[in-house]
Design a protein around this ligand. Structure first.
Ligand SMILES: [Zn+2]
Length: 265
């Protein structure tokens, strides 16, 4: 999806107010915890972007009615986190129910991580025990050549093999369900096709393309710890409210709205 930057800017502005409110509500609910959790944002750990601690989501007041034992400072009860349609993550905030799109959320997190990594030492890569061989079209091979250094810095070490085939020695490892060959094929097809062509900055364009293709997809079932970590990382992102396409990462169903619909207000 290519959106002209000017149009995107207008869309951002139109949505800004509503989503700013959502973002602030979620930050209020999760801020103390997000700040406290040692997320190691930047994902430099050897385990890749999913590595790190699970994030405790503060719950509403219910558990205070049944205190079992005093909580040690800095720890909070884990609020339920529910995945629906293998695509959306739901949890309670102070003011309603937050709904996170898992692809958009991970795309935002990866985009910021990759921008930092490209400005620094690059991403940790995994050497493949069995190097992959992947076939490309001539325009795609040109795109690989033109982006070889950026591909290497996000973790793909690629060499020409024979004819239209390349051999891949190392790959990134952004999450446990990552399919290195599929991501590379999609990424290179996008680079050859000029996806995100409206973005002026080459580094940002590459990072957005990579983030979109490397992120967890809609329709992938996640473990509870993966959900917690993804939500925690999203809420510590610099611009958590949108993915690289300008779509929202979080939508909130306000408690007031529930009360209104059930005739409670
Ligand atoms: Zn995307």
């Amino acid at each position: 999806m290519n959106v002209h930057p000017a149009k995107l800017e207008v869309r951002f502005r139109e949505k800004f107010f509503v989503e700013k409110v959502v973002e602030e509500a979620v930050r209020r609910a999760l801020g103390p915890l997000a700040a406290a959790a040692s997320l190691g944002v930047g994902g430099q750990g050897s385990g890749g972007a999913w590595a790190g601690v699970g994030v405790a989501i503060p719950s509403g007041g219910a558990q205070e009615l049944f205190p079992v034992e005093p909580l040690t400072p800095g720890t909070r009860p884990l609020a339920p986190l529910l995945q629906v349609f293998d695509t959306y993550l739901l949890f309670q905030t102070d003011s309603g129910v937050a709904i996170v799109d898992q692809h958009s959320a991970h795309e935002r997190v990866l985009y910021e991580t990759v921008m930092r990594q490209l400005a620094g030492d690059g991403a940790p890569a995994q050497r493949l025990l069995l190097p992959l061989t992947v076939e490309f079209t001539p325009p795609e091979l040109d795109a690989i050549e033109a982006h070889r250094e950026l591909l290497r810095r996000v973790g793909y070490e690629i060499e020409p093999f024979s004819g239209r085939t390349v051999v891949v020695h190392t790959a990134p490892n952004p999450h446990p369900r990552f399919d290195a060959a599929r991501c590379l094929q999609e990424l290179v097809a996008d680079l050859a096709g000029g996806r995100f062509g409206g973005w002026a900055n080459r580094l940002e364009r590459f990072s957005a393309t990579f983030a979109c293709r490397a992120a967890i997809k809609a329709g992938q079932r996640l473990e509870l710890e993966e959900m917690r970590e993804l939500v925690g990382r999203l809420l510590t992102a610099t611009l958590p409210a949108h993915d690289v396409h300008g779509r929202p990462t979080i939508v909130q169903l306000p408690k007031d709205e529930l009360e209104r619909r059930f005739g409670r207000s």
